[in-house]
Design a protein around this ligand. Structure first.
Ligand code: DO4
Ligand code: MG
Length: 282
């Protein structure tokens, strides 16, 4: 099932039916066995038509986050390791990425407070002081306060390759700025964990023409999803749960940088599509 956070309530979609209700987002999603908890609520909810649901989703959608922090994992796919080693060759930091890909401990970093997160059809930003900017399509996990993965969403970990490539210690500046994180369109809450062969796709449009398209599967991830969640929760408590981006699996060619007004589409099977237009911070 899917839950959409709206300006006027929450829509739960399950087996071709839509239900609209009011609930505090944090307490709704931070439950044990969220699928079962949501299924148990359905009986008491009032169904709305597909037209009503689409209209509300098209006109009042928010990112599927409440007060949670957003964290991210890095270098979890071979493609990310390669790209990072190329961009940092001159700074001499290429080895760091090679080592972290192979190490037992994953790379985990803080990505965003909820107020900096863009939702579906909202703008994401590129930095004015960065010459080389890319979107990073990622599966994001929603992990509840007990450390158990309860749901998934589509994520964009917007990044500056020039800033990170100049010096690996600039990572927070390459990664954390206004609207550098996007999540949406919904929180997908399946009965079983998301299948390993789930496909993830990204395309980028410029002036109405497609300038990039590629796809892969999350089966290529070097680490397991519970392993990433386990490391994050080792010494951190998250009272309302936490979102964790699981690393990028697609990187555009090295001569590609995002421009203002580019439109980034990221799709993950079963979850949906996250679309964001690129902009500078006004
Ligand atoms: O090591 C830097 C960040 C890596 C990252 O964001 C990714 O692999 O997705
Ligand atoms: Mg990333």
């Amino acid at each position: 099932m899917k839950i959409f956070k709206l300006t006027r309530g929450i829509i739960l979609q399950h087996r071709s039916s839509n239900y609209l209700f009011e609930y505090a987002w944090d307490s709704l999603i931070n439950q044990d066995n969220l699928y079962k908890a949501l299924s148990g609520m359905i009986e008491g909810l009032i169904a709305i038509s597909d037209e009503q649901a689409s209209d509300m989703i098209n006109n009042g959608l928010l990112p599927p986050i409440g007060s949670q922090e957003v964290w991210a994992a890095g270098v979890t796919y071979l493609r990310s390791r390669e790209a990072r080693m190329e961009e940092s060759a001159e700074s001499g930091a290429a080895d760091l990425y090679d080592k972290v890909y192979a190490a037992e401990r994953p790379e985990l970093f803080f990505k965003s407070m909820p107020h900096r997160v863009a939702g579906h059809r909202q703008r994401v930003y590129i930095r004015r002081d960065s010459a080389w900017n890319v979107p990073e399509p990622e599966l994001a996990l929603f992990i509840n306060s007990k450390g158990i993965i309860q749901g998934y969403t589509v994520a964009n970990d917007m990044s500056s390759r020039s800033i990170e490539g100049e010096n690996a210690l600039y990572l927070p500046q390459a990664k954390i700025y206004e609207r550098s994180a996007a999540l949406g369109p919904c929180l997908y809450v399946p009965e079983q964990p998301i299948p390993a062969e789930t496909a993830i796709r990204m395309s980028i449009d410029r002036d109405g023409a497609e300038v990039y398209r590629d796809e892969t599967s999350i089966a290529r991830m070097k680490r397991s999803l519970p392993e990433l969640a386990g490391y994050l929760y080792r010494e951190c408590d998250f009272e309302q749960g936490c979102f964790l981006m699981t690393g990028t699996c697609l990187v555009p060619p090295n001569d590609f940088t995002l421009q203002e007004k580019d439109v980034v589409h990221i799709t993950i099977d079963g979850i949906g599509q996250l679309v964001n237009t690129v902009s500078y911070k006004p």
